[in-house]
Design a protein around this ligand. Structure first.
Ligand SMILES: *[C@@H]1O[C@H](CO)[C@@H](O)[C@H](O)[C@H]1NC(C)=O
Ligand SMILES: *[C@@H]1O[C@H](CO)[C@@H](O)[C@H](O)[C@H]1NC(C)=O
Ligand SMILES: *[C@@H]1O[C@H](CO)[C@@H](O)[C@H](O)[C@H]1NC(C)=O
Ligand SMILES: *[C@@H]1O[C@H](CO)[C@@H](O)[C@H](O)[C@H]1NC(C)=O
Ligand SMILES: *[C@@H]1O[C@H](CO)[C@@H](O)[C@H](O)[C@H]1NC(C)=O
Ligand SMILES: *[C@@H]1O[C@H](CO)[C@@H](O)[C@H](O)[C@H]1NC(C)=O
Ligand SMILES: *[C@@H]1O[C@H](CO)[C@@H](O)[C@H](O)[C@H]1NC(C)=O
Ligand SMILES: *[C@@H]1O[C@H](CO)[C@@H](O)[C@H](O)[C@H]1NC(C)=O
Ligand SMILES: *[C@@H]1O[C@H](CO)[C@@H](O)[C@H](O)[C@H]1NC(C)=O
Length: 639
């Protein structure tokens, strides 16, 4: 199964322009970015190639090529968060070239969790890192699962969540010399999804530890009518030393008090009232969970767009259900992490890359075609394992006016191939993480490598300038002017989410209700209207719509810009993960000072086929957005 694919199979969401518009944006601040150490690199993965010349300490070598998000890539890096002392970060790395057992170095093999010093100091053996999971006796990890992604430290400094496992060093701090492989245990996490309590439990993904270190958020796919969907959940992690039911019958963490982050009684963001469509921006629907705010009061998620094709991050208060839109830049956002004091957050976003602008550059288009198109409009953001993300720092209130945050790794896009911190060939990978004192952020990057995916990419690739020719790197951004904060521990969150949907094991998961087929009118908030046809091409009114056709008449939600023209999008599922869309647009937006924007497809339309697990751009025809003379074109196929 592909890992780290941030498949935002999205539900519907929205809200109202927030009062935060009035808060002036912060000044930009000094940020120093340095690379953190990783184990030495072995270009060769053959047994024994990590020899004493490469690593005299005999503590392993990591793969040279890697960083991507697919099984085609050898070396996976997945950096996690800081340990509570703020001086170490945890990361999953891929060790290669270990000699055969019984050589003591044979334990440095495959995917493992390491701790990396962030302050230029070293462990007693002279290494700036320490492998935590290398050499754990089999019996200490008999029921572990393979996945170790998104490692996250518990606040006790003794445990780590990695994949769907908890790594536990008992009474010892993970950094202490007493925390050795023999004292570490790995326990799997089990989610009860069957009514009879039998079996292995449900598949969970994108796990996010709540900052109280007691609760866990996660997402899970479901399949409904041959279409893939995803729900997000909040739960309590409870250690079960001797389970009596369910597999594995071994010490494990059970997820109890599981709540689906959805309000079954709420109005959908798009609903029908007679022959009118209504948009409700305060309707509660959570797509893919991205984590929690620093003090843990809000869940952070990617939600259904408020503006067509514009994928944004939102926060919802766990108790009140109040929604905040955190980003509104047209480009795509996904990885996000809040500062421990809630005053700031860091995102990884395609903003500045121009990747998505061809489709989403025109602002203020209501999210109508999105009823059928989100699976492709989210999947165009990357090219296979190549992401186009860079990290950006934003204050608590997020994007507003012309404030879109500060790029962490220098302004602008640097020289391709230079290896500088702002080299655009080095793309940020999920996820960035704050230090507990709020003065540092770690993130990691992967370089565009050849052949990216299947070799059809015609773009140039550059040799790596990182140590050992590594194509991935671990970075630390220091917010140089900030004073470290010493925050009190996070209060334990309540198990009950008043607006949530308590999960009953065995219950069927399904998506939100979409409006049925028909012809509707959507009135602009300020002016004009749109005629909206929701169609099922096969004429089967009992299956969901696959086509949205809209004609705009002087449509305006803000009274500043006005949309005329038409747009229609049809989506067909070729498999649960592969979609084909046929897209036709001819939109014109006008405003003051001769503002003019257009969104147009070529006469034969724009046709896109994407597998949301591979994200390889493959289109016929064109879709082009032009804003005040600036032309945004789609990426070349396979790039
Ligand atoms: C380690 O491997 C490298 C590359 O194959 C080789 O040049 C070097 O001599 C080896 N060192 C030892 C101690 O075998
Ligand atoms: C470690 O110190 C060196 C020399 O002062 C400096 O160049 C490097 O950036 C430092 N690394 C970290 C991670 O602070
Ligand atoms: C939480 O789960 C535990 C264990 O299943 C149960 O005893 C308790 O009643 C639940 N609490 C709530 C508020 O549902
Ligand atoms: C929008 O949905 C919310 C949540 O269901 C509801 O409370 C509110 O009344 C709705 N607003 C409108 C205008 O329908
Ligand atoms: C569009 O709506 C605005 C605001 O109501 C109005 O001033 C303008 O005349 C309208 N334009 C057209 C072409 O109807
Ligand atoms: C479009 O909507 C307007 C306003 O509701 C309505 O008068 C008109 O008949 C609609 N046109 C079509 C083709 O449905
Ligand atoms: C329409 O779709 C429903 C649900 O998938 C199916 O049961 C029914 O047979 C379909 N009807 C026709 C005429 O295809
Ligand atoms: C969408 O637009 C194309 C091009 O004008 C047209 O051929 C097609 O019939 C339209 N589809 C719908 C459902 O309106
Ligand atoms: C593009 O056109 C070719 C040739 O007609 C066809 O085989 C292919 O499936 C089309 N791809 C898309 C994404 O429409």
């Amino acid at each position: 199964m592909t890992r780290f694919t941030l498949v935002s199979t999205i539900l519907l969401v929205a809200a109202i322009a927030s009062a935060s518009i009035g808060v002036p944006p912060p000044e930009s601040e000094p940020i120093e970015v340095v690379e953190l150490p990783l184990p030495p690199v072995s270009a060769d993965s053959a047994s024994g190639s990590c020899n004493s010349t490469i690593n005299p300490h005999g503590t392993g070598c990591v793969a040279q090529i890697g960083g991507g998000s697919t099984t085609e890539t050898i070396g996976i890096l997945a950096q996690g968060n800081f340990l509570p002392d703020g001086k170490h970060v945890i990361a999953m790395v891929t060790f290669v070239g270990a000699p055969e057992a019984p050589d003591p170095a044979s334990i440095y093999a495959g995917e493992q969790i390491i701790i990396v010093k962030t302050d230029n100091s070293t462990f007693p053996n002279g290494d700036p890192w320490k492998c935590l999971t290398c050499g754990i006796p089999v019996l200490n990890a008999a029921s572990r699962t393979d996945l170790l992604d998104y490692p996250q430290a518990f606040s006790d400094g003794k445990r780590i969540l990695a994949g769907d496992n908890v790594i536990d060093c008992g009474d010892h701090k993970l950094t202490s010399p007493e925390c050795t492989p023999d004292t570490i245990f790995m326990f799997p996490i089990r989610w009860e999804t069957s009514a009879d309590g039998k079996g292995e439990g449900g598949a969970i993904r994108e796990l996010r530890l709540h900052p109280d270190s007691v609760h866990l958020g996660f997402s899970s796919f479901y399949s409904n009518n041959g279409k893939m969907g995803q729900s997000a959940y909040f739960s309590r992690l409870q250690f079960n030393p001797a389970p009596l039911t369910g597999l594995p019958l071994a010490p494990r963490y059970d997820l109890v008090n599981v709540t689906r982050l959805a309000d079954i009684n709420s109005m959908q963001p798009l609903s029908v009232d007679g022959d009118e469509l209504r948009v409700n921006f305060s309707a509660i629907t959570v797509g893919e969970l991205r984590g929690f705010s620093g003090r843990g009061h809000e869940a952070i998620y990617i939600g259904f767009p408020w503006e067509s094709s514009n994928i944004d991050a939102f926060a919802i208060h766990l108790q009140t259900g109040k929604i905040r839109r955190l980003t509104n830049h047209p480009e795509y956002v996904d990885p996000i992490h809040f500062s421990p004091d809630d005053e700031w957050f860091v995102i990884e976003d395609t903003r500045g890359s121009g990747r998505q602008m061809f489709m989403v550059g025109m602002r203020g288009i209501p999210p109508l075609t999105d009823l059928v198109s989100t699976s492709v409009t989210t999947a165009t953001r990357n090219n296979g394992p190549r992401l186009f993300f860079q990290p950006f720092l934003l204050d608590h209130y997020g994007d507003r006016g012309d404030y879109f945050g500060q790029k962490l790794n220098g302004p602008g896009r640097g020289v391709p191939g230079s290896g500088d911190v702002n080299d655009p060939e080095w793309n940020a990978m999920a996820e960035p993480r704050w230090s507990p004192d709020g003065t540092q952020i770690v993130y990691w990057q992967a370089q565009t490598i050849s052949p990216q995916y299947d070799g059809r990419n015609p773009l140039p690739c550059y040799p790596s300038t990182a140590p050992g020719g590594r194509t991935y790197r671990l970075m630390k951004a220091k917010l140089a002017s900030r004073t470290p904060k010493n925050l009190p521990p996070v209060e334990e969150a309540c198990d009950v989410i008043p607006w949530g949907d308590p999960y009953v094991p065995g219950s069927l998961q399904r998506g939100p209700d979409k409006p049925g087929t028909g012809d509707y009118t959507l009135k602009g908030e300020v002016a004009g209207y749109a005629n909206v046809s929701l169609v099922n091409q096969e004429g089967n009114t009992s299956t969901s719509i696959d086509t949205v056709a809209v004609i705009y008449h002087n449509y305006s939600d803000d009274g500043i810009t006005f949309i005329n023209g038409w747009e229609n999008v049809t989506s067909r599922s070729l498999s649960p993960t592969i979609n084909h869309v046929d897209w036709y647009s001819d939109l014109v937006q006008t405003g003051e000072d001769e503002y003019l924007a257009t969104k147009k497809t070529s006469p034969d339309g724009f046709h896109l086929e994407l597998d949301v697990l591979r994200n390889l751009f493959n289109a016929n025809g064109t879709l082009t957005t032009t804003i005040s003379g600036e032309v945004y074109e789609q990426p070349l196929n396979n790039t």
